[in-house]
Ligand binder design. Sequence first.
Ligand SMILES: C[S@@+](CC[C@H](N)C(=O)[O-])C[C@H]1O[C@@H](n2cnc3c(N)ncnc32)[C@H](O)[C@@H]1O
Length: 303
Amino acid sequence: MMQAISAKESMTREQYKMHLKDYYDRQSAVYSATYTGEGRYPTGHHRLWISLAMIDAIEPKPQTVLDAGCGDARLIVELSKRGINATGFDISDGMIDVGRKILKEHDLPEDRIAIGDIYKIPVADNSLDLLIALGVLENLDHHDELFTEFRRVLKPKGRILISLDNQLFSLFSFNQYTIRFYKKLLESIDVPTEERNEVLREMASWFHIEDIEQIDRIIGDHQIQKDHVDIPVYNRLSVDPELRPFGFATERLRFYHVHPLPPRFEKKFPELFRGFAEKLETSDYDWRSSLLCNCMLVQAVKE
Ligand SMILES: C[S@@+](CC[C@H](N)C(=O)[O-])C[C@H]1O[C@@H](n2cnc3c(N)ncnc32)[C@H](O)[C@@H]1O
């Protein structure tokens, strides 16, 4: 059973790792809903097909492929249909159990996936053509360690395909994330506290949030207690300079999980959020996606 930890208490790295593992162990039974939607947006489905389109375009075709945080292994199944014998690992036993069942259903060996931790990738140096991590880094901190580890396991000219939260979406969402964006911005340029809080309070009132103090609480209410960790955020302009020091050059960016309207309209116009939004999902580049999508896919090559 997961321990409820109040937002004020902090978690150690190990506790946060276990908190995530527990969360995904519990999620494993219902995880397929992120692909089918079941009334909600099928985020996993769009992430999967856009990723596959990106992988299909990689030349030469990658041979040694590892899916880090592989979840229920469905990407591995799709890759095997393309003649790529990928392997994978995940920290959650629950996810690995479901993944093994799915592999079996597709006549693939269950030992294609195993338990493992992305901070300590269970493969040798310089051994991979492609390392994939979809829906994983968005919940993890210490990205510097992850990028160093990715570099270690890739062959020269090997690639990463990772998903990250799209920071620019904050500007479009007109909610607590917009306020948090400005909060961080004003802090970074040392705007005096009083002035900063005045701006943020007024902004909070636009969105019917009673007080800026509420902001972190609202965000922290999410089942994954991200307020305990400092998760780096990226946007289309910052991601390449952030990856360069780790020896990666960005090759392609794509976006997914379109919001045709700011999230506060979702309850009122559910059809817009499901049916019409999907018309905007595309594996091609559309500048509007840089604002309308809350997630991006980044393909980068080891230089
Ligand atoms: C949103 S799911 C994505 C699963 C899969 N990649 C997909 O695209 O459907 C995130 C996955 O990351 C895994 N994960 C979280 N922390 C991890 C860690 N430190 N090492 C390996 N996997 C981790 C979770 O157990 C979970 O299966």
